[in-house]
Design a protein around this ligand. Structure first.
Ligand code: FNR
Length: 400
């Protein structure tokens, strides 16, 4: 990336937390109120009003009893922030560098598939908000818009491609090379969805979006996928959906297969879904560049460890190599805690999905603005001027 592109990529539509809140308070003097809810729970409630029941449950639900989904949130409550005083926090710098690219802030949008069930503008609305805010986005394999369309929308703002490693190597190769050609800056290989988790809310509705031909844009546009079909998806969509269902996941994948991806791209490779320090060591020994600690927002293994509880051990195992984090970040303080435990950046999933459902691009932007505002104010009030200053010394473990 050129210096110019690097500085453009780090330009954020976000100003400061103080500006954001003053804009609300000033508007309040003239009698107006924020257009959308501020807190996460209120946002989720409002989105529920506008989403179909099936779409809402698909987004909001988790695996089994949803124990891990709850544990993800509870884990944050067990860490307490210890603010420091008199640190001159008048200027704050949210920029982080990852894999040679500058991110305007240590927050990314996690890969969420099938966004057309949430809003008609789907990933294009999300990408517009992300570009306006300078927020890096990770695009799902099972997106409703093609990766080429989304990359064009993102421009110079960093965007990474998430790979669901398909059961057919020609398709895997094609998806990877298309992502590189389209300008995605990293490949995120999701490991925790080799099979679909047991999700009671979706089972009750007997609803799996892919079988309704949702989220298949990248497959239907792919020459390698099309070559595997007897007839084009436009002529026989049902057969194309059926073929995708047999290729989507690859339970046979093993550590040895990582070399296949490594040989086919020069992009940084991150593995998403690592929860065990031994897996983290093995990943880094296998030549990948980074790790995303995640339990898929509690959607895969009910009873799995809270992602935040797994984070410190994996940061230690990674020995300085980049570790990112998702699953349970709901506000600026959560992001602060994840960084304090060693994550270089955090990703959000459901918060922006609900913003998208509520108001498309404006809803996603609202969520990003507020989360970053709260993060910026938390940083300042805790005596940190930059994301790099946020470390373990800023936290205390809550007494049991
Ligand atoms: C996801 N997630 C996900 N992950 C991935 O690697 N590829 C994908 O296509 C999807 N799709 C998806 C859809 C929906 C509706 C949700 C809620 C989640 C998981 C996602 O990237 C991330 O790990 C979690 O959403 C993070 O947890 P929170 O922020 O939702 O708690």
């Amino acid at each position: 990336m050129s210096d110019r592109a690097m500085s453009d990529a780090a330009t954020s539509g976000f100003t400061t937390g103080m500006d954001r809140q003053l804009a609300f308070y000033r508007a309040g003097v003239a009698g107006s109120r924020p257009d959308f809810p501020i807190g996460y729970e209120a946002l989720e409630r409002a989105a529920r009003e506008v989403l179909s029941e099936t779409a809402y449950d698909y987004v909001a639900g988790g695996a089994g009893s949803e124990d891990t989904m709850r544990a993800n949130l509870e884990a944050f409550r067990r860490w307490r922030i210890v603010p420091r005083m008199l640190c001159d926090v008048s200027e704050r710098d949210l920029v982080v560098e990852l894999f040679g690219a500058r991110l305007a802030h240590p927050l990314l949008l996690a890969p969420l598939g099938v966004q057309r069930i949430i809003h008609e503008d789907a990933e294009l609305a999300t990408a517009r908000a992300a570009r306006e805010m300078g927020t890096a986005l990770v695009l799902s394999t099972v997106s409703s818009c093609t990766m080429e369309e989304v990359a064009a929308e993102m421009g110079d703002v960093p965007h990474w491609f998430q790979l669901y490693w398909p059961a057919d190597p020609s398709l895997a190769e094609s998806l990877i090379s298309r992502a590189e050609a389209a300008g995605f800056g990293a490949l995120v290989v999701t490991l925790d969805a080799a099979l679909l988790g047991w999700r009671p809310r979706d089972l009750v509705h007997a609803y799996l979006p892919f079988l309704h031909a949702e989220g298949l844009a990248n497959y239907f546009a792919d020459p390698a996928f099309r070559a595997l079909l007897g007839r084009a998806p436009e002529e026989d969509p049902a057969a194309a959906v059926g073929r995708m269902a047999t290729l989507f996941a690859n339970p046979a994948l093993s550590w040895e297969d990582l070399a296949f991806a490594r040989e086919r791209t020069t992009l940084p490779i991150l593995l998403k879904g690592i929860l065990d320090p031994d897996d983290a060591r093995r990943a880094l020994d296998s030549g990948v560049d980074g790790i995303i600690v995640s339990n898929h927002g509690g959607r895969q293994v009910d009873g799995a460890i809270a992602a935040l509880d797994a984070l410190p051990g994996i940061v230690e195992a990674a020995a300085g190599r980049p570790v990112l984090f998702d699953s349970g970040i709901r506000g600026g303080a959560d992001l602060f805690k994840a960084l304090a435990l060693g994550a270089r950046a955090g990703l959000i999933g459901r918060p922006y999905a609900f913003g998208l459902g509520l108001a498309g691009r404006d809803g996603v932007r609202h969520v990003l603005q507020n989360l970053l505002a709260e993060f910026d104010l938390t940083m300042a009030l805790c005596g940190c001027s930059s994301a790099a200053e946020i470390d373990r010394s800023r936290l205390a473990r809550q007494a049991p």
